[in-house]
Write a protein that binds this ligand. Sequence first.
Ligand code: UDP
Ligand code: MG
Length: 319
Amino acid sequence: MLSVILPAYNEEKMIKKAAARIGQVLAGAEIPYEIVFVNDGSKDRTWEEIEKTAAADPHVAAICFSRNFGKESAMLAGLAGASGDCCAVMDCDLQHPPETLVEMYRLWEQGYEVIEGVKHTRGRESVMHRASAGLFYRMISRAVKINMSRASDFKLLDRRAVDAMLSLPERNTFFRALSSWIGFRTTSVEFDVQERTEGESKWSTWSLVKYAVKNIVAFSTVPMQCVTVAGLFVLLLAVVLGIQSLARYFSGRAVEGFTTVILLVLLIGSVIMLSLGIIGYYIAKIYEEVKGRPRYLISRKIEAGKELEKESEGERAGE
Ligand code: UDP
Ligand code: MG
């Protein structure tokens, strides 16, 4: 069975549509499936919509978070709650085309364990967004040593890969990169990012910046090495300026005034503060990991096949 995991945050208009479209495509291809919605603490009527959809469709299961924990946590909760032999993760705004699921499933049947959805085209985006996403993925690709420029969260994982993913102890996960990191027999499928039909993207520019910083730090220690490099730079400057100042002092032409001193203090001060900031960020992340809080808290759950159970109860009552 294929479990399709759909993280949903304020997607009230998309729930029914997504379940219907995915169900139609998978039933058409004769693939046994379940759909696992993960309501990531939505503030609108998403959970009510999920309950309604689950009551009408026995293929639908759902998990409800006690508050918004973010898409990464929602995807992991979905993977943990899914019971399929393989699990697919996709956006519930249908920007990831359900038809590609069939293609992925066929590859899984051929024995692939990780099938990555790769963006063929990125859909409509602003120039700024495209440029900063480009920079971010170049840095991440360096860090994980895999080309991630077209990576997405649209993936199909075999049970073995899912279990490997769930066994990773870290709180701060980056699904997109971890799916490559775990290895396994991997292949990829290209897809075109579709237009969003309802609602709007949950990502503001600021949240994307935070996302980028968080994930770079989660995957790489290069920023900390930058501190060392900055230190070396300042040391070099210190040697050059030191020799120059001493030479001037002994030749009786010492530099006048405080301008140089002020400039140097400011320069070194800011380098130190920035460095402390970078190191502090890593320490904060270590602190978060050490606390070992759960990645998410579940407040409610709906098992798949509720409708079927009710039916069989009805039958028994009728006997
Ligand atoms: N999402 C989520 N929690 C969040 C933000 C987003 O579960 O805190 C879900 C959202 O419901 C959608 C998917 O993640 O199914 C992708 O979000 P969105 O479409 O806003 O991102 P974009 O496609 O613009 O990158
Ligand atoms: Mg989207």
